[in-house]
Design a protein around this ligand. Structure first.
Ligand code: NAD
Length: 324
């Protein structure tokens, strides 16, 4: 691992030095953005609460139909209101927004509920920060792209990771160079995953759209949109394929189940390896602080607008369509 990163460090020395993002310190001015959170009791909502706190946002209120995890509000925003009734929550949001505009409506609900919350935010003219995948399919993507009520930002935190930012500098240093990229992306989930909403086609966009979306986003961020792709092998749980992007030829292997390699004793549960022109980059451990960095960008006006996620979602939905 150390050797891999050292080679990477060496490569980026050719590009302009850029200081990696740091976590906001208490000496920085507090933005005090006014937020509401929809889906506040879930897994990823915790990362948003932490990011809001670190970036000095103010959570005014939260909605979740299930109240099981709401004690977490005491840890981050003890004064925040909680609603399990959607109608009451919406009435309250309307009132608050009329008194003083709410800066962001943050959506951490399951995939199928994203569109409805985005529409609500449009109607109320509140900017929305919505978890990935922003929408469930291409038809919804077309619809959401046409909205003009308020800005819509997506959560693709991997783009902002210091390692990816350095990689972008390295890649952009030779913009006409076509790259050969291969990716091994194993992120295994147990049977619970398939029994939850994530395994239900009506409520989730699918395993590739859920789990592989960050690697696809990093690819389109670095190398542009896809001109074509081909699936060599696909099941509901895994796929292998090739894609031609504007500036790279990609080969990938994705699995949501543990993978056993011939000759290896132990299954691989988690691995995020990128190989670019023969150089290995290991991101297996990089994804932890992503939401904080995403909020830092958002609050300085560098959120990821819906127009900037089209290339990612197009490829993701295309591949996902071949796995269903
Ligand atoms: N950016 C990332 O790295 C990342 C990581 C995990 C999940 N996610 C995304 O975040 C979203 C939530 O995932 P999760 O793993 O936290 O799921 P989760 O099941 O743990 O949490 C979802 C929460 O939303 C609540 N909920 C259900 N229906 C709702 C509705 N209509 N409106 C509001 N809330 C509702 C549930 O009660 C639950 O508390 C998904 O879209 C997922 O793809 C993103």
């Amino acid at each position: 691992m150390a050797e891999v990163l050292n080679r990477f460090e060496w490569n980026v020395q050719v590009a302009t030095a850029q200081k990696p993002e740091a976590v906001v310190t208490s000496s920085e001015p507090a933005p005090q953005k006014r937020m509401v959170l929809c889906g506040a009791g879930g897994f990823v909502a915790l990362k948003h609460l932490e990011a809001m706190k670190v970036t000095h946002c103010q959570l005014l209120g939260a909605y979740d139909p299930h109240d099981g995890n709401m004690q977490r509000l005491d840890q981050f925003f003890p004064g925040a209101l909680y609603f399990s009734d959607k109608k009451l929550f919406l009435n309250w949001v309307r009132e608050q927004n009329a008194l003083e505009p709410i800066d962001y409506l943050v959506v951490t609900a399951p995939d199928h509920a994203h569109m409805e919350w985005i529409k609500t935010a449009q109607e109320l003219r509140i900017p929305v920060l919505c978890e990935k995948p922003l929408v469930m399919n291409r038809a919804e993507l077309d619809e959401v792209t046409s909205f003009s009520g308020s800005p819509i930002y997506s959560v693709f935190q991997a783009r902002f990771l210091p390692e990816i930012q350095k990689m972008k500098l390295w890649v952009d240093h030779e913009p006409t160079q076509r790259r050969n990229v291969s990716i091994e992306y194993i992120t295994s989930r147990g049977p619970w995953y398939w029994s939850s909403w994530r395994g239900d086609q009506a409520r989730a966009a699918g395993a590739f759209a859920d789990l592989a979306i960050h690697f696809v986003d990093v690819l389109t961020y670095l190398f542009g949109s896809s001109k074509s792709f081909k699936l060599d092998e696909a099941s509901r749980f895994a796929c292998r394929g090739k894609a031609e992007l504007e500036r790279a030829d990609i080969e990938w292997e994705f699995s949501s189940k543990p993978v056993v390699r011939p000759g290896e004793k132990n299954p691989i549960y988690s691995r995020r390896l990128f190989k670019i022109d023969g150089n290995d980059f290991d991101f297996t451990r990089s994804f932890e602080q992503g939401h904080i960095i995403l909020y830092q960008h958002l609050l300085r006006g560098e959120g990821i607008p819906v127009q900037d996620v089209r290339a990612t979602l197009d490829l993701v939905f295309g591949v996902q369509g071949g796995m269903d």
